[in-house]
Design a protein. Sequence first.
Length: 224
Amino acid sequence: MRGRFITFEGGEGAGKTTQIDRLRRRLARLGHSVVVTREPGGSSKAEEIRKALLGGRARDLGPAGEALLFYAARLDHLEHLVRPSLDQGIHVLCDRFSDSTRAYQGAFGKVDPRILGSLDRVIVGETEPDLTIILDIPPDLGLCRARRRNEASKEGTDRFESEGEPFHEALRQAFREIAAAHPERCVLIDARGVPDEVEEDVWRAVGERVRALTLPVQADAHVA
C-alpha cells in the first residue's frame, strides 16, 4: 500500500497553507494517515537551505544558482521524508514542489527548461505528484492577503514576496501554463473565493483524481 503525493502550487497569498490544513483534516477524519510538509524545507538540511533562499542570501547566485539549491533541498526532502512516508502508506501533502521551480526560476528566471528537466529526472525520478492543485489568484489580491498574514504573524516579507507585481503576474501566467501543459496531473482552482468555497473545489478535485482518498479507510483496505 503506497501513500499518495499531493502538491499545492500558486502565487503568494493564494491560500495554500489554509487549504492544505483543511484537506489534511478531512482525510484524517476518514482515517487516512497524512503528513504535511513544504518546499524548500521539510527535512533538517532542506530547512537550512530554505533560510538561505528565502532570506535572500542566495540571490546573488542568480536564478540558475537558486534552482540548484532548490533541487539540493528537494533531494534531502525526498530521501528523508517524502519517499519514506509514501512507502509506509502515508499520504503526503506538500506546499510547493518542482512546479514552483519551473515557474520561479524557469519561466521567470529564464533558466533553460532542459536543465530543470534533467535535474527533475535525476532527483525527482518516479516520485512525481499524483495530483497537483494550482490555486490561481490575481497578484494584487494575493499580495494583499500575504501582507495581512505577515502583519498578523509579525513576519517580514521573504525574498520572493518582496518582488514587484510584474514578477507575480509572470508567475501566475507560468502556473496557468503548467496546468494547461499537464492536465493529467494538475487542476487549476480559482482561489479568489472564501476558504470554504475553495475547500470544496479542492475536495472535488481530489475525488475526481484520487477517489480512494475520499473514502473511509477500512481495516483490510488498500489505497487504489
